[in-house]
Structures are given as C-alpha cells and as structure tokens.
Design a protein around this ligand. Structure first.
Ligand code: GDP
Length: 297
C-alpha cells in the first residue's frame, strides 16, 4: 500500500496524489457500507491495481478541516496582500491571522507587487513602512516579499509550497491568480469573480480540488472569505496577539483585558512603541466583537 492525499472526488471516483502521480481510485466496499465521507485533503492508503487504477483501503484521522472550501489537513495558508493597489488592509490581515491560527494552520504572509516600492519612494511616509508589513516579522510570522512581475521572491514561495497542502487567502486584486500562474503556469484559481462570470447559481456547490503546484498541493479555491472571528471567550483573544505575552510589566488587575482598565501594561507597551499601534487598535475592535458575540450565545 502507498500513502497519498485525496485531490478530489468526482462521479464516484477519487483522485489521489501518491508517489508523484495521480491515481484514479475506487472505494473498498466497507467504506460505502459505513457511509464514510471523504474530504479533499484526506490522507489515505491506496492499493494499486493496474495502470493508474487503485483502491482506497484506509483513511487517516483528520488533523483539521475547513468548511469553506471544504478541505482537510491543510498545512498552511498564504495570506496574500499587495504593497499598493490595493494597499494592505491590516484589519483584514489581523483577522485572517486569527482565523487561520485558530484552526491550527500556519499563516505565511505574502506581500506582492514589491516592484512598486520605487514608484512610491517619494512619499516614503509611515504609511509606506506599514505597507511593507515588516513588523509582522518581529511577531514571528513568516513574511515573503514577492513580485509576480519581476519574479522576486517566487523561488522562496516555491520552497514554502514543497510537500505541503496550502490554501490561499487575501482580497481581490492583490495578485493571487498572478502568483499561482508564476508558480505553476496554467493553474486556474477559481475565485468568486470567476464563478460569478460563469453565472453559477448561488446554490450550486462546487467541490474544491487540490492541484499540484510546484512541489506541493494548492487548493484551487481561496479560503477564509468570511469576516467573522471564531467563537471564543474575551480573555482568549490575547492568545492571538503573541506580542502581548512578551510585555514585561504586569497589569494592575489580573482580569485585565487591556481595554478600558487603568494601569494596563499592554497599553503602556503601545505608548512606548513596543506594540504596534495598528495591532492594538485591531485588538480593541476584535474585543468588542467577541464581547458582542458572547452576549448572543
Ligand atoms: P487576484 O484578484 O488577487 O487574483 O489578482 P490578479 O492576479 O488578478 O492581479 C490583479 C492585478 O494586479 C492585475 O492587473 C495584475 O497584472 C497586477 N499584478 C499582479 N502581480 C503584480 C506584481 O507583482 N506587480 C505589479 N505591479 N502588478 C501586479
């Protein structure tokens, strides 16, 4: 038997990537009897029969699974933003970092269109330096600067893809399609816009597919399109702001949620510049959302 990853299920067949090729698999009968549900990304054991045919003999337990797109065992999410056109939406980036981390997926921030840095050097203001997202590196997030136009950083992205299952996320216009095409010419990213263009009905379900991209597997549909934060208790929000844990001082109140309380060590760290202002502002914004959601449960 050989180990593989389910790329897609289609018309009763299951396409599995194993040992560098795609196998058309049928199911062992007992899976049908048990009503076993398979998800794209499932880790399976297959038994080859002839040619590219095989049967799925075993399915491993899932490490994680996303709902939209429905996919299991995702290793990492590429959070794609652009230096300009559009400028990075840091509220969205901080939101995505929480959504991704909460399901145990590693975020990798990709900043595209860095070829435009020169053009903007004249107004090299604070806004530009924030746009460069450099401070996220100090928070121990991976940050790759790329230009699909010049090819800068593409080799590094390719290195990150290797042997991993990856999902893309990020607003439209930042260059997600251009990025996948730079990595794997011919890769078709099925974005919301494309499906709208094809006039798919709102209720048409389209199954997500994993496709070979470089030496890894990439979902053909971007993920994390919902803006909602995951359900959590207000005191859990700090877990998603790892820099808060590095602050040396202590708050006056042990129950401090770093918002309206006096003598707060986190607020002092924002004042001194140890914590980035935008991060703290988003923390406060998210805290209000979490508290409002708490009331609904
Ligand atoms: P998506 O909506 O995220 O899939 O973005 P697209 O891949 O469709 O790209 C949006 C626009 O940005 C297109 O006009 C691309 O030509 C442009 N673009 C993509 N990558 C780069 C880049 O590295 N530099 C510059 N200057 N423009 C880019």
């Amino acid at each position: 038997m050989i180990a593989g990853i389910l790329l897609k299920g289609y018309s009763g067949f299951y396409y599995v990537y194993a040992e560098g090729r795609v196998w058309e698999c049928s199911l062992r009968g007992r899976f049908r009897i048990q009503g076993q549900e398979f998800l794209t990304g499932d880790r399976v054991q297959i038994l080859p029969s002839n040619g590219n045919k095989a049967t799925i003999e075993k399915v491993e337990e899932r490490r994680n699974s996303l709902v939209r797109p429905t996919i299991a065992n995702v290793d990492q999410a590429f959070l794609v933003f652009a230096l300009v056109s559009p400028r990075p939406d840091l509220n969205l980036l901080d939101r995505l970092l929480i959504q991704v981390s909460e399901v145990g997926i590693k975020p990798v921030i990709i900043l595209n269109k860095v070829d435009q840095a020169e053009v903007n050097s004249e107004d090299a203001t604070a806004e530009n330096s924030i746009s460069s997202l450099d401070f996220y590196q100090n928070l121990h997030y991976d940050l790759i600067k790329v230009s699909t136009r010049t090819g800068q950083g593409i080799a590094e992205v390719r290195e990150h893809l290797k042997d991993k299952v990856t999902v893309l996320a990020g607003p439209s216009g930042v260059g997600k399609s251009s990025l996948v095409n730079a990595l794997e010419p011919g890769f078709e990213l099925k974005t919301g816009e494309i499906s709208r263009k094809l006039k798919r009905g709102r209720h048409t379900t389209r199954h997500v597919e994993l496709m070979v991209c470089g030496e890894g597997l990439l979902a053909d549909t971007p993920g994390f399109s919902s803006l909602y934060l995951p359900k959590m208790k207000r005191e859990e929000l700090t877990l998603f702001f790892p820099e808060f844990a590095d602050v040396p001082g202590k708050c006056r109140f042990t129950s401090c949620v770093h918002h309206k309380e006096p003598d707060c060590a986190i607020k002092a760290a924002v004042e001194s510049g140890q914590i980035e202002k935008s991060r703290y502002e988003h923390y406060c914004l998210f805290l209000e959302e979490v508290i409002a959601a708490e009331r609904r449960y």
